[in-house]
Ligand binder design. Structure first.
Ligand SMILES: Cc1cc2nc3c(=O)[nH]c(=O)nc-3n(C[C@H](O)[C@H](O)[C@H](O)COP(=O)(O)O)c2cc1C
Length: 196
C-alpha cells in the first residue's frame, strides 16, 4: 500500500513551523555571518517570494568586511548634509553593527499595470523569506530602516539607479546571546471571519 504523502509532509511541515515560531530579531549580532554557500540558500529562499507579473523586483547589495566602514562614511556624510550642525558620527557605528549588511532594494517598473506597492511587497516578502532562512540556518537577521535608508544620498552612495528603492538593511550575523523568542500576541486577535 502506498503511504500517504500528506502524512510525512505534514509532519515535516509542522516541524518546520515549530522552528519558524521561534524566529525573532536578535540583537546584537556578532560573527560569524553565513558563508557564501549559506548565503546562496538565503537568496534562493528570497526568490521563492510571490511576484506579481514576474517582474523580479528584488535587488540585494552585500556589504561586508571593509565595505561596512565605507558605508558608515556614507551614512555620516549624508547626516552632515541633512543637518550642517550635526557631525553625524553616531551613524558610523550603525554600519558596523553586524558582520554583514544586506541592502534590500526594489527595482520598480513605473508606470506598470502592477502597482508600485505590489512590487515593493514582493521585495518585502523576499526579505521575510530571508529572515526565516537565516533563522533556520542558525543565524540572526534584523531588518532596520532609519533615516539613512530614506536618504537619497545613501541610495546614490550604494549605486542604486533612479528606478531602485532602498527598503532598509538586513543586519545579519550570529546572535550574541541565545535568548528565547519574545511572547507573541494571540493571532486570533487579528483575524475575523466575513460572512457576506
Ligand atoms: C520595514 C521594517 C523596518 C524596520 N526598521 C526598524 C528600525 O529602523 N529600527 C528598529 O529597531 N526596528 C525596526 N524594525 C523592526 C525590527 O526589524 C523587528 O521586527 C522588531 O525589533 C521586532 O522584533 P521581532 O522580529 O523579534 O518581533 C523594522 C521592521 C520592518 C518590517
Amino acid at each position: 500500500m502506498q503511504s500517504s504523502p500528506s502524512t510525512s509532509s505534514s509532519f515535516a511541515g509542522r516541524l518546520a513551523l515549530e522552528l519558524l515560531f521561534e524566529r525573532h530579531s536578535p540583537w546584537p549580532l556578532i560573527t560569524p555571518a553565513p558563508d557564501d554557500e549559506e548565503l546562496a540558500l538565503v537568496f534562493r529562499a528570497a526568490l521563492r517570494a510571490p511576484d506579481h507579473g514576474q517582474l523580479r523586483p528584488w535587488r540585494f547589495v552585500l556589504i561586508r568586511d571593509a565595505a561596512r566602514a565605507a558605508l558608515g562614511e556614507v551614512f555620516v556624510q549624508a547626516a552632515r548634509e541633512r543637518d550642517r550642525g550635526d557631525d553625524g558620527e553616531r551613524f558610523r557605528l550603525k554600519a558596523m553593527a553586524a558582520p554583514l549588511l544586506i541592502a534590500l532594494c526594489a527595482h520598480v517598473e513605473s508606470p506598470h499595470k502592477v502597482p508600485e506597492s505590489e512590487q515593493l511587497l514582493a521585495v518585502g516578502a523576499a526579505a521575510m523569506n530571508m529572515l526565516n532562512a537565516l533563522h533556520l540556518l542558525g543565524y540572526g537577521g534584523f531588518w532596520a530602516t532609519g533615516v539613512s535608508s530614506h536618504d537619497a544620498r545613501v541610495r546614490a552612495g550604494l549605486g542604486l539607479a533612479d528606478d531602485e528603492r532602498l527598503l532598509g538593511f538586513l543586519y545579519v550575523g550570529t546572535a550574541k546571546e541565545q535568548a528565547a523568542a519574545p511572547a507573541r500576541p494571540d493571532a486570533q486577535d487579528f483575524v475575523r471571519e466575513w460572512h457576506g
